[in-house]
Write a protein of this length. Structure first.
Length: 430
């Protein structure tokens, strides 16, 4: 069988980039899948050394050659990925909003993929190609927050909700299998899309793993070197997240302001992530205003895109990961923090609290006071902080790359059987 994969291979993809690399690593290391051929479809690869190699792997452009695609590649080189994101954002706002009940077919892409002999496609994130080309596929649906939290502008403004519903609803209903990050994610998919024919057998639970490029251990001297490199203080909080409103940076800032005013605690916060695009830029600028108003500007350290080789050391050197996000159902940074013994503060909401269990300080993401108290507890109580770090290490050890690989392999092989049976029925019906 010849399997295509449309991964997100640019770091601006955040969690979907990390998830894509984990999928590729798991597939390339699976003995049961070595008889199959895999084609990676991608225009841009941030780190070629992370890509699988061998005779069973090949890389193709994400789309067949066209003047439009060539022009896009030139534009990316001129303005960069973040500049291109802003251009695409403005362009998409001018496009007609698709009707979720009316699918646009992509005959050109279908013909090209069939000419390449593609039997099955894996999409590590929601992608309209999945249902527009009509080739059997496995798709990951990481969350349905556009339906659960439409109050956030990133989920609803400029017809975003309708665009997402076109992609997510149809991506789910026509999939051979859907990958959910948790039982909560599976429940959400069935709750919202069961009426469109999605069944429990279609939805496979494949929990997240930490990013595959992070080393298992970081020597103390390397932690010190990275701290010096980025001019980091001895102790700090860490939050790796793009500047979307749902990430909840504003309440963290206000919590730090309260701790400074009420307890004279000046706690540094290290941030990394993108603020490309109008909404993220506006969010970033508003955060700067909050920092000025609360008198904590000197406590905020923004690193931009943090080199992947430094990420593990920044986690390992942090006093805590503070992640009171409104989105779930589960999140990769929590897992990454646990790997390095970094205590975690995260949200006491459905899905996230199941992921965290007793290995994190759970707070109401809408409560500045609860966030502040969680920070204070981990910052000032060494024994409590050490206990939370140990709990995190224990919890992350319960699910490994081998487990992920075993589950994913079984899903792909089951999809292969379904495709084979469908072909036999079609031949018998002729």
């Amino acid at each position: 069988m010849r399997i295509g994969i449309f991964p997100v291979l640019n770091r601006s993809g955040g969690g979907t980039y990390q998830y894509s690399l984990t999928l590729l690593q798991a597939i390339s290391g699976s003995p049961e899948l070595r008889e199959h051929q895999f084609v990676i479809f991608a225009d841009d690869i941030d780190q070629p050394e992370l890509m699988p190699s061998g005779s069973q792997w090949s890389i193709r452009p994400a789309k067949p050659f066209s003047i439009k695609r060539a022009a896009k590649a030139v534009l990316r080189r001129i303005v960069g990925e973040e500049g291109l994101f802003g251009i695409w954002e403005r362009y998409r706002n001018q496009l007609p909003v698709p009707d979720p009940n009316s699918i646009s077919r992509n005959a050109q892409m279908r013909a090209w993929l069939l000419d390449l002999g593609i039997d099955l496609i894996i999409y590590p994130s929601a992608n309209p190609l999945s249902f527009e080309v009509g080739i059997p596929y496995i798709i990951a649906i990481h969350d349905l927050m556009h339906l659960q939290h439409p109050e956030f502008p990133e989920n609803s403004q400029n017809d975003e909700l309708q665009w997402r519903e076109y992609i997510f609803r149809n991506g789910s209903r026509y999939a051979t299998f859907i990958l959910a990050d948790s039982e909560t994610g599976k429940e959400d998919i069935l709750h919202f899309y069961g009426e469109y024919g999605v069944t429990a057998d279609q939805v496979k639970v494949l929990p997240f793993l930490p990013a595959s490029y992070l080393p298992a251990e970081i020597p103390e001297n390397e932690i010190d070197e990275v701290k010096k490199k980025h001019n980091l203080p001895e102790r700090y909080l860490f939050y790796p997240a793009q500047f979307w409103p749902h990430k909840n940076h504003a309440r963290i800032y206000n919590a730090l302001g309260n701790l400074k005013e009420q307890l004279n605690l000046e706690i540094p916060l290290v941030l990394c992530g993108s603020f490309a695009g109008q909404l993220r830029k506006e969010t970033y600028e508003e955060l700067n205003r909050i920092a000025d108003q609360r008198g904590i500007s000197n406590q905020i350290i923004y690193l931009g895109y943090l080199p992947e080789g430094d990420m593990g050391a920044v986690y390992a050197g942090a006093a805590a990961l503070v992640m009171p996000t409104f989105h779930g159902p589960t999140n990769i940074p929590v897992l990454e923090a646990w790997v390095y013994g970094c205590p975690v503060i995260t949200s006491n909401v459905r899905g996230i609290r199941d992921q965290a269990g007793d290995a994190a300080v759970l707070v109401d993401p809408s409560s500045v006071d609860e966030i502040a108290e969680g920070i204070r507890k981990l910052w000032t109580d060494y024994e409590f902080s050490k206990d939370m770090a140990n709990r995190g290490r224990k919890r992350i050890s319960l699910y490994t790359l081998k487990d992920f690989q075993k589950r994913l392999t079984a899903i792909i092989l089951e999809a292969k059987e379904i495709i084979g049976e469908s072909r036999e029925r079609n031949l018998a019906g002729r």
